[in-house]
Write a protein that binds this ligand. Structure first.
Ligand code: GRG
Length: 287
């Protein structure tokens, strides 16, 4: 069984978009500006990688997309909150995200702050309101990893203007990016079967591979394709793996992490084929 990863992602992302559209407050509902900005940030053309990983994680253990949709949407809401806050002038100060003006540019800073806060609260409300018997462990998984993401971001902020060791960079990456990606893969399995089903190492390796690929794209990628500015890490003197070990070695590490994820998926057989295709996508993507 081979999976056409572009078609797989497009189909699942469309289902996720429809579910998010049903769940998020309408723009016409008061306070209109907040709800409009929230929808602006969520429906900006993101890849939907985390919710698609939730679905693929569920399918890998025999689950169905419809049963894990609240978990998938919650992951994307937490992810979008992190991007909106990360773009604020007090953090990375970005004016472009997902190919359009960042939320604080298109609206204003207080609105961007509230969009992030609101998306985080709504993510948990959505998970807990869905009536899923596994809502409590899922909310706990999400809370734990959203918290790890905040810790990773704090390490990133602390690192500014300071040389980091390789293990410090890996720690930062595991928190900032790896935590939510791990939560997505494992969350899919828990939502579908009640058990992580051995998917933690898969999520961790994918998180590492994803962040290295992200750092490489910042160095070598195309701004128009990515929908955000490139070269920012280098200009800001950010501690990234490519900056520490070089582009070629970083690419090797990403490929190794992908191979390790594939090896960890081997026991799951054919149902994990989409997750394998996504693992390969993570290291070959151009956006
Ligand atoms: C502000 C609490 C807080 C956390 C911020 C996720 C994060 C932590 C910062 C975002 C900046 C960044 C470049 C993070 C690492 C990689 C990453 C998460 C990239 C964006 O994810 P994609 O490529 O984005 O999946 P789309 O737009 O496709 O959803």
């Amino acid at each position: 069984v081979s999976v056409d990863v572009a078609a797989y992602m497009k189909e699942r992302a469309a289902a996720v978009d429809a579910a998010l559209d049903r769940f998020l407050p309408a723009e016409s509902v008061r306070p209109e500006r907040l709800h409009t900005a929230m929808r602006y940030s969520v429906f900006a053309g993101g890849k939907r990688l985390r919710p698609v990983l939730v679905i693929a994680g569920a399918e890998a253990v025999g689950g169905r997309m419809d049963d894990v949709m609240p978990t998938a949407c919650a992951m994307e809401m937490i992810h979008t909150y992190s991007l909106v806050h990360d773009d604020l002038p007090c953090m990375d100060d970005d004016d472009l995200r997902r190919g359009r003006a960042t939320v604080h540019k298109a609206f204003d800073e207080p609105t961007a702050l509230l969009v992030g806060d609101g998306l985080q609260s709504l993510a948990f409300r959505h998970l807990l309101a869905a009536g899923d018997p596994r809502a409590a462990p899922l909310a706990s998984l999400l809370a734990h990893n959203a918290w790890r993401m905040v810790q990773g971001q704090a390490l990133d902020m602390d690192a500014q203007g300071r040389a980091l060791t390789e293990s410090e960079v890996l720690e930062l990456m595991a928190g900032k990016t790896g935590a939510l990606i791990t939560a997505a893969v494992v969350g899919g399995a828990i939502a579908a079967s009640g058990s992580p089903s051995g998917l933690e190492p898969v999520g961790q390796r994918l998180g590492l591979a994803f962040q290295i690929a992200d750092d490489l794209l910042d160095l070598t990628g195309d701004a128009a394709t990515l929908g955000k500015r490139v070269g920012k890490d280098q200009a800001a003197g950010k501690a990234t793996l490519p900056a520490l070990v070089g582009v070629d070695e970083a690419r090797r590490r990403a490929d190794t992490a992908c191979d390790e994820a594939l090896a960890a998926l081997a026991p799951l057989g054919a149902p994990a084929e989409a997750l394998r295709a996504l693992a390969r996508f993570v290291v070959t993507r151009k956006r």
